[in-house]
Write a protein that binds this ligand. Structure first.
Ligand SMILES: Nc1nc2c(ncn2[C@@H]2O[C@H](COP(=O)(O)OP(=O)(O)OP(=O)(O)O)[C@@H](O)[C@H]2O)c(=O)[nH]1
Length: 549
């Protein structure tokens, strides 16, 4: 099944469920209104639940494609509000009962389908396909080994004909090509430029050449080059450039917390946002909100304004009481169209108002742009500029959060302390710039190989900390050992020729209920110390000794 068909089927199922709900809810609402209209001395309090149901319908029916029901419900909600404010005379009661009866007679045919665009479907391509055109078999082999160790799928070509037919058959995710005047790719640059203009989105091209001649560079740029490397090629730097082209430094999915008591609507939002690759969690019980925020670490909170017992602005103010969550944007999603009331809510707390009903694509665009901006801002504040990883204080905070979560949920968590071996020698022999490349390569390798839920930070100069939730020491050790082998196999280019590097790591789980972050970090550090003492290039999980860390 195509992803678009899958999303369409999911949305259709949710709309069908909503239609069934309307078929039960509208007659029941009509009976409630008729009963109220028939009372001699109507009780105003019994009008409130009717108003609340109309409010919910006004917000949700349009989002499920029942636009007319949404519009009529909105008018009846306003009428109910007037009655609550100005008194509930006989005419008013009858008008409301008639209006609700009409609402129940509106046709509930199949909801019109909103077009599903590419933007609404996540690019789920986990390991990207790279075509390599390189005549030198040795370099081609090393290039594909390096890129494969970072998780890319590599297809090698030795001549222009073979690459041209592969490109005509299917657009790869990126192309690495030898454009030296005598190389196989130089003559192909015009063909590549033509193909680029025929594709819906351009493909990143990395050019490799014997020299950095101006004409070669300009021809490469015209064919869409986003990177240019002269031989000897620093493969780690080339991989880093590819990562930048794919923007995968920002590839962790956005995390969106939806707070809405309307379960059907929350499920629809979750379906649309998840199909676009976002991680969505919904909260229906406002009392559990802070716990959800602590556990889920959202990039954006989408908040209903009117919920039974609590208002959105009250909850937003409560979130803002906590320093940790000051940066997270709060978007109110409400049927509230009164600008004055919208402004009043924003003055209390919160960042923007989206009015329900909202189309799927509008919801997606609004949430996506907010999440992207929030991520950029917090990344700029929290990330290390060389590696794009979390800085010391922020990774430590992540360790704290995960250790606390593990204590609460009784799920394991492992922490690894990773340090490049004899790194001072790399700097001394090849210079600080080459040393920086090694640090970046290890950061990229760790980022590629660890799971999306793992957290990774640069703890010090050539030292990294990784937090692996739901992972015991044994598994963490074997994951890191795999990465260790991958790193050891990488070849770097230095002033004294090619060289390799290794790293050592210490791993610790949170092994006792009373352990705090410090104990876990200290034990991982003890493991790292042992790994260095035992000869480096190894992973050590120190055994627990009575009374000793
Ligand atoms: N290039 C580069 N070097 C850095 C950076 N931060 C720290 N360093 C260097 O990393 C080196 C760390 O060396 P040491 O802590 O002595 O340890 P080592 O040489 O890695 O040896 P072992 O850890 O014992 O295997 C120092 O020379 C620092 O100057 C950085 O951002 N870039």
């Amino acid at each position: 099944m195509q992803p678009t068909d899958h999303l369409r089927a999911q949305l259709q199922q949710l709309s069908d469920g909503f239609r069934q709900r309307l078929k039960q809810q509208l007659p029941a609402l009509r009976d409630q209104a008729l009963e109220l209209a028939a009372q001699q001395k109507p009780d105003l309090q019994s009008l409130e639940p009717i108003r609340d149901q109309l409010h919910m319908l006004a917000g949700s029916a349009g989002s499920f494609g029942f636009a007319e029901v949404g519009v009529q419900a909105r008018e009846l909600e306003q009428l109910a509000n007037r009655c609550l404010r100005d008194g509930f005379g006989e005419t008013c009661r009858q008008e409301l009962a008639d209006g609700i009866a009409l609402l129940g007679r509106l046709p509930l045919g199949p909801a019109p389908e909103e077009p599903i665009t590419d933007q609404m479907i996540a690019d789920t391509c986990e390991n990207r396909g790279i075509q390599v055109l390189e005549a030198n078999p040795d370099l081609a082999m090393r290039m594909s080994q390096t890129l494969e160790s970072f998780g890319y799928r590599v297809e090698r070509h030795a001549d222009a004909e073979s690459l041209t037919s592969a490109l005509r058959a299917h657009q790869p995710d990126a192309l690495v090509i030898d454009v030296s005047p005598a190389g196989p790719g130089y003559q192909m640059l015009e063909t590549i430029a033509e193909l680029q203009s025929s594709w819906s989105h351009p493909m990143p091209l990395i050019a490799v050449s014997d020299n950095d001649d101006f004409d070669i560079q300009i021809a490469a740029v015209r064919a869409g080059a986003q990177g240019f490397f002269t031989r000897p090629v620093d493969l780690a730097a080339l991989e880093n450039r590819l990562e930048r082209c794919f923007g995968s430094l920002q590839n962790e999915p956005f995390r969106i917390l939806v707070v809405d008591d309307d379960t059907a609507l929350a499920a629809r939002f979750a379906t649309v946002l998840s199909a676009a690759g976002m991680l969505v969690e919904t909260v229906e019980q406002p009392r559990q909100l802070l716990e959800h925020i602590d556990n889920f670490l959202p990039d954006v909170i989408v908040m209903d304004v009117h919920m039974p017992g609590y208002s959105g602005p009250e909850l937003a103010q409560m979130i803002r009481l906590h320093d940790n969550w000051l940066r997270v944007p709060i978007l109110y999603l409400s049927a509230e169209t009164d600008l004055g009331r919208q402004m009043a809510a924003l003055l209390k707390a919160g960042d923007d108002f989206i009015t329900k009903p909202i189309s799927d694509s509008a919801l997606l665009t609004t949430v996506f742009s907010r999440a992207q901006r929030a991520r950029l801002v917090s990344r700029a504040l929290a990330r290390d500029s060389l590696t794009g990883l979390l800085k010391h204080a922020d990774i430590k905070e992540q360790v704290e959060l995960e250790v606390e979560r593990s204590q609460r949920t009784h799920m394991p968590v492992s922490v690894a302390m990773i340090d490049i071996d004899h790194f001072k020698l790399v700097n001394d022999r090849h210079g600080h710039g080459v040393g920086d490349n090694v640090i970046r390569a290890l950061a990229n390798l760790l980022r590629q190989r660890l799971r999306k839920i793992d957290r990774l930070g640069r703890y010090g100069g050539e030292e990294f900390v990784a937090v692996l939730p739901n992972c015991n020491t044994q598994d963490a050790k074997s994951i890191l050992d795999d990465i260790r082998k991958g790193f050891e196999a990488l070849q770097f280019s230095g002033s004294e020729g090619p060289f390799q590097c290794t790293f050592s790591a210490g791993v610790s789980a949170c092994e006792a209920p009373e352990w705090q972050t410090e104990e876990v970090l200290e034990r991982a550090d003890a493991g790292l110390y042992q790994a260095k003492a035992q000869g480096r290039n190894r992973i050590v999980a120190p055994q627990q000794k009575q009374g000793l860390l």
